[in-house]
Structures are given as C-alpha cells and as structure tokens.
Design a protein around this ligand. Structure first.
Ligand code: RP5
Length: 165
C-alpha cells in the first residue's frame, strides 16, 4: 500500500532537485509519503500561493522548502499557511548558501520557518525533522524514529580500556 502524502517538498528551481531529493529519501526510510514540486516564489508566486493554500485540505502536514540565492520560498509559504514549514538553504551563488541561510532564517516573529543547515546535510535533516513532527500523531513513524536513533547509537566504538557505565 502506498503511504498517504503527508509532506510537501518544494524547490525554487529544477537545479535544486538533486539535493532536495535526498530529503525524500529520508522520508522514504520512515515510510512517510511525500511529493516534490518546482515553484519559485519570485518567478511563479501565484503558483506558490495556490499550493500553500491547498496544502491542508490535500492532507499535507509539513511543508519543506529548499531554495538558493535570495531564498524567499520558505517564508512566503509560511506566510500563507499555519502548517509547519522547514526551510533548507541551498548553495546556488558565489556566496555559497550564506545568502540563502540569512534569507530563510531571519523571519519576523509570528511567522516561523524551522531553518536547517545549508545544502545536503540540511536537506536530510529536514526529512528527519518532518518525520519527528509526523511522529507526534503517527505511532508507526515514532517507532521508526526510535529504531533509527538506536541504529545511529550502535555505531559507537569504545576505545580499549574504556568501559561505558
Ligand atoms: C533560486 O535561485 C533557486 O532556488 C535556485 O537555488 C537559484 C538558482 O535558480 P536557477 O537559476 O538555477 O533556476 O530561486
């Protein structure tokens, strides 16, 4: 059975897709349904507005937006919906994502965007954070998150002579 789509990923350009698809891979690992679309806040603001307004009734519970340069996509989405919005700053200009990071993270009070790290690391963490939000009301996802945390913890290698108590 295909999982219901709960997470909407949007990017500002087709050039953002390779990085942001890794976010979807993380969601796949938790068995969470997701979709991805390309819609720039600058070049197609009307489409972004329609997508944000339709999101709740379409069953989406979290929006993730990845964009580079003067990255307004996450903030514009957040202005149009009360669904949680996660912003992923992408490195698309000579400023290497610092421009995008500041554009996304410096939101005014009342319209938050949960901003993650620049680039691929942030794209993956956006998937993990979205899973934690979904896990608040989905016990299967919550259980998979616990399994993933245990898997990460199992990578510990103790030095000889050190006993963990
Ligand atoms: C942003 O400008 C996009 O999110 C992308 O990261 C960057 C460059 O876009 P393209 O010129 O590759 O379309 O809006």
């Amino acid at each position: 059975m295909t999982a219901a789509v709960r997470v909407g990923i949007v990017v500002g350009s087709e050039s953002d897709l390779p990085v942001m698809n890794t976010c979807g891979e993380v969601l796949d690992g938790y068995g969470i349904g997701w979709e991805i679309g390309v819609m720039s806040a600058h070049r197609a603001g009307d489409v972004v507005r329609a997508y944000a307004l339709a999101a709740p009734e379409r069953g989406l519970r979290v929006l993730i937006a990845g964009a580079g340069a003067a990255a307004h996509l996450p903030g514009v989405l957040a202005s149009l919906t009360t669904l949680p919005v996660i912003g992923v700053p992408l490195a698309a200009t000579p400023l290497a994502g610092f421009d995008s990071l500041l554009s996304i993270v410096q939101m005014p009070p009342g319209i938050p965007v949960a901003t993650v790290a620049v680039g691929p690391m942030g794209a993956r963490n956006a998937g993990h954070l979205a899973a934690e939000i979904i896990g608040l009301f989905d016990d299967d996802v919550a259980a998979r998150i616990k399994e993933e945390r245990a898997r990460m913890r199992s990578k510990v290698q103790l030095p000889e002579g050190f006993t963990f108590k």
